[in-house]
Write a protein that binds this ligand. Structure first.
Ligand code: ADP
Length: 471
């Protein structure tokens, strides 16, 4: 089957979070199963663009309301990622350094989606499935089904995957002219709570909707930033498919970002060397258990709870552990974490910013990964951590609940807690510190998590079954 993925992110071209990881790997696994999956994304000014060779495959023009724009579709010549990768270039709109965060993001992503539909409409043979990801591509199912200009796409099945329902891309009706002409009685297919809501529209218009874990889908019916009743209403076409991870990128025995490689047979020595390097770089004591946090410093990830939890752990448990935080996000959280350095120099450090290489070293060198998330659609960090022998300490929510079993349960291998509160986090840190000193149990557990299988193989098959259900 020919499947076209449309997304704002795709690793290694442009990644802000888990969406990039998924779109950068799922298509390759679909191709390994014998399908023809490709990715279409905006052409940002990324280093990937300048370091690869491209060919122009299509040039045309389209309109965003009254504004006519030219667009160019380029294709990466070598299929370096294991799938065909197409970038849509719209001069002045998409060719920026960052993926998101511009005042004209609505215009940028509307134009991208219109250009995509315009291009696909010109194909001789239409794809079997158009698979859109998150709200930046969320207007495509509406455009395919309800706009006059793109009527030809009406019969192509569309799938929406929701990586994060907190972000919905809503904008006002004053921008309605951005959309290609449609019959006004279809207004309900665009609207949610008085605005044009691309995510809600995609939930209504896509043939099937998936979320990146089963548990998250259940949670969305009760807590989805205003879309609760919509998820309840559309539940018949929704299902959860857990993300896999790409072991070609995330494997401590071959990770190019690491100097010291290791496998489940040599993890003890390998992890110690990575830990020593990390502790040396950040002024920490490698003899103490090392807890790390990697991610966006936002309330959704529970990052605002970290300063107080770390402070309380030192107060109640003692200076028996180290913490290292990597991330960027809300200013107050960033400054709270930076200020903590004055209080706990030898046992704590923070790197504010995005650093792919450092994240790999942290997964390899840490003993525990903290994830006190309030919302976690799937979570990839805990899966990477386990592959690298780092024990996840996570809140029981979303995909974390589906992938991490507490050690107290039969067959468990992680440390979990229920509430996103300083008390629960501190208690979990206490449990982890105790575990660290029970060397045999600690090591057996590290080996066990490294051997768990969270590869794409099963999930890619689930997507194939979903696509095949249309035919
Ligand atoms: P989300 O997409 O909600 O941010 P996920 O757990 O799905 O969370 O994916 C997070 C991905 O982003 C992981 O690959 C993680 O290692 C990476 N990441 C997050 N913040 C940083 C950072 N500051 N530096 C390097 N990698 C990061």
């Amino acid at each position: 089957m020919q499947i076209v993925h449309v997304s704002a992110e795709c690793y290694p071209v442009a990644k802000v979070g888990g969406l990039g990881d998924v779109v950068g790997s799922l298509p390759r696994f679909l191709n390994e199963l014998g399908h023809d999956a490709s990715v279409v994304m905006p052409m940002y000014r990324s280093s990937y663009l300048y370091n690869h060779d491209w060919e122009v495959v299509h040039k045309a023009s389209s309109n965003l309301g009254h504004w006519w724009f030219d667009y160019t579709v380029i294709k990466e010549k070598s299929n370096a990622q294991g799938f065909e990768l197409f970038l849509i270039d719209i001069n002045g709109l998409l060719d920026r350094e960052k993926v998101y965060g511009y005042e004209d993001d609505v215009e940028r992503f509307c134009a991208f989606q219109i250009a995509f539909a315009n291009w696909v409409c010109s194909w001789k043979k239409l794809p079997h499935v158009i698979h859109v990801h998150d709200h930046h591509a969320g207007l495509i199912p509406f455009i395919m089904q309800h706009t006059h200009a793109f009527k030809r796409l009406e019969s192509v099945p569309s799938v929406l995957t929701i990586h994060n329902a907190q972000y919905q891309g809503s904008f006002g009706w004053d921008k309605t002219t951005y959309l290609p002409h449609w019959d006004s009685w279809k207004r309900g297919m665009l609207e949610w709570l008085g605005a044009i809501n691309p995510l809600a529209s995609a939930i209504k218009c896509a043939w099937k909707v998936t979320t990146v874990s089963n548990n998250y889908l259940g949670e969305l019916k009760h807590m989805s930033n205003g879309l609760e009743s919509l998820f309840e209403y559309e539940k018949g076409k929704c299902s959860g498919i857990i993300n896999g991870i790409d072991y070609k990128v995330w494997d401590p025995s071959s990770d190019p970002y690491l100097n010291d490689h290791y496998s489940p047979l040599s993890f003890s020595e390998g992890k110690s060397k990575n830990k020593a390097l990390l502790c040396n770089e950040f002024g920490l004591d490698p003899r103490k258990p090392l807890f790390v946090f990697i991610g966006r410093l936002v309330g959704e990830k529970g990052a605002d709870l970290l300063p107080q939890s770390i402070h309380d752990s030192f107060q109640h448990i003692g200076r028996k552990m180290n913490f290292l935080v990597l991330g960027s996000g809300e200013t107050e959280v960033e400054s709270g974490l930076s200020l903590l350095k004055n209080y706990a120099k030898q046992d704590y450090n923070v790197y504010i910013g995005y650093n792919e290489k450092l994240s790999h070293l942290m997964y390899a060198g840490a003993d525990f990964l903290l994830m006190p998330s309030r919302v976690e659609p799937c979570g990839l960090n805990q899966l990477y951590a386990m592959k690298y022998g780092t024990i996840p300490v996570v809140r029981e929510t979303g995909g974390l609940k589906d992938t991490v079993k507490d050690m107290g349960e039969h067959g468990g291998y992680g440390i979990t807690f229920i509430h996103p509160s300083v008390g629960d986090i501190t208690h979990a840190i206490y449990r982890a510190t105790e575990l660290y000193h029970q060397k045999e149990t600690f090591n057996n557990n590290r080996k066990k998590i490294m051997e768990l299988d969270f590869s794409w193989t099963r999930s890619a098959n689930d997507y194939v079954n979903l696509y095949q259900s249309f035919y």
